[in-house]
Design a protein around this ligand. Structure first.
Ligand SMILES: [Zn+2]
Length: 318
């Protein structure tokens, strides 16, 4: 038995053929044209053709997979087969399942990309020995996925588990969702970069300037961590603030759910333990409501990298 998962990103479609153990045994990707005039039909056709090619190249047919799992970069409604909307793609209430099935007659399961990543980590990655897990993906935005007693929690309408929009700085900066001070605005890689640029302006001698070749637009999350490694005081201050806000978000999640594990994923999670995981644990453990309880939530790093989305999508119906 094989599974097929596709991860729809803002710039490309990545498909993988996954075996029962969760290993991607073949993969294929194509770019996505977000400006296509008939985006709905175009996307469904691309997804179906990617599926057909991947099966064909591996001597398989649609009868060898139970369904196609698709992870979408925004809220979706798996029950009704709808891709509701996406911040980076021209999508509004797209009937993705129906359009896909017009091309290829096979069951289709839909999941939000952050939830798919959580399911992937839960099945074969950092969450595999636990029954409850929350994945926090620290990328361009902040995505969260919740697994409770082995099941993905997506709310009554499929739009739940949006931990990126918990408010951690009331009255703070405006978020794309319309509220102010959301976790995503501060804990995303974009948030870290924004904080670093603000602080650099007050410190012309900061190592951040030379690592960024003197230009604010060259600052990346990696540069901030590298400067902090070199003990640059401004970078250390920025990271201190970043870990602080990250800890507030983790505490909200832990207090609400007390999952066995919180898994950190996304580009930022590639930072060294000494700069990210250790100070985060130090600031989070013992400040939650389970001070006097056992067992306690542990915070660990994700293990599957960018593959989590494909693997989770593949397992959406399994
Ligand atoms: Zn928000």
């Amino acid at each position: 038995m094989y599974y097929l998962g596709i991860d729809i990103g803002g710039t490309g479609l990545k498909a993988g053929l996954v075996d029962e153990a969760g290993t991607i045994i073949a993969r294929k990707s194509v770019p996505v044209d977000a400006k296509h005039p008939d985006f709905d039909h175009y996307l469904a056709e691309e997804l179906a053709s990617l599926t057909k090619q991947l099966l064909f190249e591996n001597d398989l047919s649609v009868n060898d997979i139970p369904y196609v799992g698709i992870g979408v970069p925004g809220p979706c409604d798996d029950k009704n087969g709808l891709f509701l909307f996406a911040p980076n793609l021209p999508v509004r209430n797209m009937e993705l399942r129906r359009l896909f099935q017009e091309q290829l007659d096979i069951p289709v399961r839909l999941g939000n990309d952050a939830n798919c990543a959580a399911l992937g980590e839960y099945r074969v990655g950092a969450g595999k020995q636990y029954s409850s897990m929350v994945l926090i993906t620290l990328g361009t935005g902040v995505g969260t996925g919740i697994i409770l007693d082995g099941k993905m929690w997506t709310g009554c309408n499929g739009v739940g588990a949006e931990g990126g929009h918990m408010v951690v700085r009331p009255g703070g900066l405006e978020c794309g969702c319309g509220r102010k001070g959301c976790f995503e605005v501060y804990a995303s890689a974009s948030g870290l970069i924004r904080m670093a640029v603000e602080q650099m302006r007050n410190d012309k001698d900061s190592l951040l300037w030379s690592l960024a070749d003197g230009a604010e637009e060259n600052v990346t999350g990696r540069i901030v961590f590298r400067a902090a490694e070199e003990k640059d005081p401004t970078a250390e201050k920025v990271l201190d603030e970043y870990i602080d806000v990250l800890s507030e978000g983790c505490l909200d999640i832990i207090n609400l759910l007390q999952p066995e594990v919180v898994v950190l994923g996304g580009g930022i999670s590639g930072a060294s333990d000494a700069l990210l995981l250790e100070p985060l644990r130090e600031r989070t453990y013992g400040r939650d409501m389970a001070k006097y309880s056992l067992p306690k939530t542990t915070i660990v790093k994700a293990e599957l990298g960018n593959d989590a989305g494909i693997i989770g999508a593949a397992f959406l119906g399994a």
